[in-house]
Structure formats: C-alpha cells, structure tokens
Design a protein around this ligand. Sequence first.
Ligand code: 13P
Length: 253
Amino acid sequence: MRKPMAVANWKMNKNGEETRQFLRDYMAQASGITGAEAVICPPFTLLATVQQEIGSPAALARGAQNCFWEDKGAYTGEISAPMLKELGCSYVIIGHSERRLIMGENDEQINRKLKAVLQCGLVPILCVGETLQQRENKAALTVVKNQLDKNLQGLHVQPGQLVIAYEPVWAIGTGVNASSDDAQEMIACIRSRLRELFNDELASATRILYGGSVREDNAADLMAKPDIDGALIGGASLEADSFVRIARIIAHG
Ligand code: 13P
C-alpha cells in the first residue's frame, strides 16, 4: 500500500554535463524498476536540465532540496514552491539537518515551509533526526518527537501528501549507518506519533524513509524492516550505477 521510495539527494554537487551523463546512465539501466518510486533532488540550477532530459515524472520524479515559505516577493536569493512546481518538481526536502545545523533553520521556519509546500500541492519530505550527543544521552526519541510536534503543528495534510525521512545526523556522510533495528525502532515511533498528531489513516499512508550512509550493502537489511519505506540517499546517489542498484533493492525489499 505504501510504495517504497528511493530518493537521491545530490546536495551541492554536479554540473550540467555531469547531470546529463547521470540521466543517460540512469535511463539505460533503470527500466523495470516498477516496485519503487525513484526521485532525484538535484541543486535548483539543474532542475530545468532534468526536466528537459526526462519529461515524464513517471520515469524519474523530481524534488528540490529546500524552498522558501512565501510564494513571491522581495526575498533575495530565495526560491518558492510554485517556482519548483513549474520546473516539474513533485517533492521538496524540508528541514534537512544540514540546513538546520549549518544554515540555522529553526522549527518554526520549517513549519512555515511545510505549509507552503502543501499549499502548492507538492509533497514535502520532512527530515528529522538526532545528533550523536543526543543519542549518547538517550535523548534521541524525545528529540525526534519534539521535531515532529513543532514542525507538523497546524498542518492540514491528507494521507499520502507527506513523506518523512529519519536521518540521524551522526550517520550522514560518515559511512556509519544506523542499525536496521535502531532505524526500525525510531521509524515505528515516528509512525505512532503521526497517529497521535493526526489519525490512523494518515499514519498508515505516510512513507517514512531512512537516510544516513545508505549503500548497496546495507539497503536490503534496512528495507526488510516493516516500517521502513525506502531511503534518502546522499553520497551513493551521485553515481547512476549505485543509485539504480539501491533502487532495485528497495523495489524488491
Ligand atoms: P549520505 O547518504 O551521504 O550519508 O547522506 C545522507 C543524506 O543526508 C541524505 O539526505
């Protein structure tokens, strides 16, 4: 019922030619992946290139890595949800830990961004997750629950219109992934919090992904868990071969 997802977060990587090469390689290898939805989130500057090269989102859906909460106006340097929709985006990553920790994004801003994305008819991929210190202090569950409560406050969301990614900060780009048991435990807690904040229907329909050093060799173990509905992939999504192989594992998981 929840179609699994393989989401590539390219972060601040790739130029136009590298993107075209990736898409050629991807399209040559990806036929037959029907059991998972593949999504690519390139930098803003490459969204038009992806749209030109791959017309149909059915072949490879697109997402952005961030957006602002207003639709238009005097907000120098910002990009709005309607602008992303025009470029063929279906998804927008919101609240990635790199934005929270490096750019200082706070929970209230994330809440406003989520509302803007939903208002525009796009699907947000809300990222939550604890730092290493918070995990060592046994505060991981409380931290993530707090993020959910503040970020999702006052949201009007229909089943299927929200995706959540659990990304423990200590697992991002480190090569050290959360164990599948720890990821399952947290993701089950996220689902049960969604049930409390919204309702059973929304909690059961929401796809919850794991992110943080996902690779070919750990994807199957993670995907075997009942609440893990896919992966948000950073480093291993930059090469088409490895992204396709992980997407295949997710499709068959
Ligand atoms: P890595 O897969 O490189 O650890 O990055 C994870 C991530 O931050 C995806 O959003």
